[in-house]
Design a binder for this molecule. Structure first.
Ligand SMILES: [Zn+2]
Length: 151
């Protein structure tokens, strides 16, 4: 339940960031027709642009702060900050790769279907997580499996 709420709020921000309203389907509209694909392309491109901007900021910040602190305590704090930023950057880099892969899927007309079982992932779910490549059922199973592997 909590997770769903989180997904919903992030969907709002991704859509808002892209300056888009949730997609309104017409009755009988074909799933992933060119209009829908275009909608998700815009979302993904805006997201990509935002992430790239954030990564540039991180790099500039680290260059600015790369001064040598004579105090070892300051240095330790700085190193901690840097490693946190590096982890964030690493996450962002992976996300960017995933978004680029998803954009390629749109190009190839292969977007919006579950990689595992082939069903429609659904517009609302994709607006919440545009890079989702599994339907909710397969995702749940995958997460359960992951959790079991953790023990
Ligand atoms: Zn599936």
């Amino acid at each position: 339940m909590k997770k769903e709420q989180k997904a919903a709020s992030s969907s709002l921000s991704i859509l808002a960031m892209a300056g888009l309203a949730p997609y309104q389907e017409k009755k009988g509209e074909e799933y992933m027709n060119p209009k829908q694909l275009q909608h998700f392309k815009l979302i993904l491109e805006a997201w990509l642009e935002q992430l790239r901007g954030e990564m540039d900021k991180t790099v500039t910040h680290m260059q600015d702060e790369a001064a040598n602190f004579p105090d070892p305590a300051d240095r330790a704090t700085q190193e901690e900050e840097f490693s946190l930023e590096l982890r964030t950057r690493d996450r962002e880099r992976k996300l960017i790769k995933k978004i680029e892969k998803t954009l390629k899927k749109i190009e190839d007309n292969d977007f919006g279907f579950c990689d595992s079982c082939g069903v429609e992932i659904g517009i609302r779910r994709l607006e919440a997580r545009p890079t989702a490549d599994l339907c909710i059922d397969c995702k749940t199973v995958a997460e359960l499996r992951e959790k079991q592997m953790g023990y």
